[in-house]
Design a protein around this ligand. Structure first.
Ligand code: NAD
Ligand code: IPM
Ligand code: MG
Length: 352
């Protein structure tokens, strides 16, 4: 079980450290962890946010545990050198096109959701976000028009095979859950979205047991706070998925609670190769203060055990320990409590 650990910037190292403690506490046979540099930390050391050495480390591993990247001191750098390129580069280079972002309300957090408790209680959904395409990876740049105005552009596009493969991932995920799939797009305006919708409808014929419906992204954002209980699996593109998942996090209490798995096609001796990370960023406003909620990182480690190592029992052990920690009201500042990052993880370890 070879795991590459890339802590990154800001609270990345703080939360990753706690996820590693939890992994180590399980006593898994053959567990080998090795650490690599990403983000601004890597740029300062190697002049690159994603050094070749780090990328090779990821390729040699069975899974990657990723913290977060981002540092405003790098805002002036050319885009290729900015910290965010580390996570974008890993996703692209490793072919990790399927990003799973589950959001479920832990009992005990009803009062901490940004929504009313009776609305929050219904939330048990999975966002399947396409991760290798969309406006993220299209041609982009800035130029001057003939009349001297500055102009920026980013091309949004999806090819049908890119939509088809994420559609299959999402339909299969829905088959394993409540058999309901909502595809989110902006087909009333965007051609990229029209193709997305057409392909979703074509793929649906392979999954007669799954009910497919479609929402425009503006309506989806509204429905997510009006009645989130209507959602089982949501499938959407890279940009809309990024936005809706941050929104979903506050519906279940905090952005510090949402883990993610980024998967592709590569199989290892243990399972599907994947990169696992909290959905949040480097949180510079709270970095170095022991205020970061480590539960998203810890739950990401659980997703790793499930998807990359076929260790469902251990994954559930971690999730149950997190559930018990929440039920006991061990909260950090994000949930109105005073427990530190380390104290929250200590509580999880006690419950393991
Ligand atoms: N995958 C990634 O590495 C990733 C994801 C998102 C943002 N970023 C980067 O992170 C940097 C900061 O971005 P941002 O401020 O927009 O988003 P962010 O997710 O870092 O923070 C948003 C807000 O949520 C809070 N928060 C985030 N994680 C938390 C946690 N675990 N516990 C408690 N509170 C938490 C922060 O304090 C902040 O107030 C930027 O450079 C951005 O590009 C990286
Ligand atoms: C840091 C950034 C590139 C990244 C994204 O937009 O995908 C982040 O917001 C995320 O959600 O993982
Ligand atoms: Mg995001």
């Amino acid at each position: 079980m070879k795991i590459a650990v890339f802590p990154g910037d800001g609270i990345g190292p703080e939360v990753t450290r706690e996820a590693v403690r939890v992994l180590e506490a399980l006593g898994l046979p053959g567990l080998v962890l090795f650490e690599g540099d990403v983000g601004a930390a890597a740029y300062r050391k190697h002049g690159q946010p994603l050094p070749d050495e780090t990328l090779n480390m990821a390729r040699e591993a069975d899974a990657v545990l990723f913290g977060a990247v981002g540092d405003s001191s790098c805002d002036g750098l050319e885009r290729a050198l900015r910290p965010e390129q580390a996570v974008l580069g890993l996703r692209a280079e490793l072919g990790l096109f399927a990003n799973l972002r589950p959001a479920t309300l832990f009992p005990g957090l009803e009062e901490h959701s940004a929504l009313r408790p009776e609305v929050a209680r219904q939330i048990d959904l999975l966002i399947v976000r396409e991760l290798n395409g969309d406006v993220y990876f299209g041609d982009k740049g800035q130029r001057r028009t003939e009349d001297g105005r500055r102009e920026g552009w980013d091309i949004m596009s999806y090819a049908e095979d890119e939509v088809r493969r994420i559609a299959h991932t999402a339909f299969r995920a829905a088959q394993g859950r409540g058999k309901k799939l909502t595809s989110v797009d902006k087909a009333n305006v965007l051609e990229t979205s029209q193709l997305w919708r057409d392909v979703m409808i074509e793929v649906a014929t392979d999954y007669p047991d799954v009910a497919l419906d479609h929402l425009y992204v503006d309506n989806a954002a509204m429905q997510l706070v009006r009645a989130p209980g209507q959602f089982d699996v949501i499938v959407t593109g890279n940009l809309f998925g990024d936005i809706l998942s941050d929104q979903a996090s506050m519906c279940v209490g905090s952005i510090g609670l949402l883990p993610s798995a980024s998967l592709g096609e590569r199989q290892t001796a243990h399972g599907t190769f994947g990169l696992y990370e909290p959905i949040h960023g480097s949180a510079p406003d709270i970095a170095g203060q022991g205020k970061a909620n480590p539960l998203a990182a810890i739950l990401s480690a659980a997703m790793m055990l499930r998807h990359s190592f076929g260790r469902e029992a251990e994954a559930e052990r971690i999730e149950a320990a997190v559930g018990a920690t929440v039920r006991d009201g061990i909260f950090g500042a994000d949930l109105g409590g005073s427990a530190s990052t380390e104290e929250i993880a200590d509580a999880v370890l006690e419950q393991l």
